[in-house]
Design a protein around this ligand. Structure first.
Ligand code: GRF
Length: 204
């Protein structure tokens, strides 16, 4: 059984897709052992509660400095001895110690086709605004491993989504979620649970 911790900050629709995937068998042999939010008001916490999944809020506001927060976050993860950490709309810079300890065991979902519209500052609606400003005809979502950079880790899965005439950032965000994110994240977790994911990238 793959033990998964899901880290969230907001509405948790990606968390919901994972919960649904486990329930309907799209994701096999997987259990969410804890949901961690950095934000007390995150609706994702409510979703966890409704499904009887243990959850915890670790907010930077409750700690005097970043180092203490990072330690608390790492502890909240470690306590559950997870096999995989899933960042599902988690708006926190993952502590370096956590990245080192869980190398190639932390995945993130990003709402564009990396390496487009990613890196520092590209989160939430900003990603879709940038895609529309640039005028791309295709965007999408990417699931990647988390390394020390921002959206720079090895890519696991990508799915393209069409940009349509008249799209607003909100409309595009919704289409990317429905057509790509909510499918890709469950698929990545299932493939990891089955041992089907090959880590690596071409080095020239
Ligand atoms: C998603 O677009 C995800 O790709 C991004 O943040 C958003 C989270 O949405 N990183 P939700 O909290 O899963 O609804």
């Amino acid at each position: 059984m793959l033990k998964v911790v899901v880290c969230v900050s907001g509405s948790g629709t990606n968390l919901q897709a994972v919960i649904d995937g486990i329930q309907n068998g799209t994701i096999q042999n997987t259990q969410i052992v804890r949901v961690i939010s950095n934000n007390k008001g995150a609706y994702a916490l409510q979703r966890a509660k409704e499904h009887g999944i243990p959850s915890l809020c670790v907010s930077p506001k409750d700690y005097t400095n970043r180092a203490e927060f990072n330690l608390a976050l790492l502890q909240a993860v470690e306590e559950t001895s997870p096999d995989l950490i899933v960042l599902a709309g988690f708006l926190v810079v993952v502590p370096e110690e956590m990245i080192q300890r869980y190398r190639n065991r932390i995945i993130n979902i990003h709402p564009s086709l990396i390496p487009s519209f990613c890196g520092t500052g590209y989160y939430g609606l900003r990603v879709h605004e940038a895609a529309l400003e640039r005028g791309v005809k295709l965007t999408g979502a990417t699931v990647h491993f988390v390394d020390e950079g921002t959206d720079t880790g090895p890519i696991l899965l990508q799915k393209a989504v069409e940009v349509k005439v008249g799209d607003t950032p909100q409309i595009l965000q919704k289409r990317v979620m429905e057509e790509a994110e909510w499918k890709l994240l469950p698929q990545a977790i299932d493939e990891i649970a089955r041992g089907q994911i090959q880590i690596g990238r071409r080095d020239g």
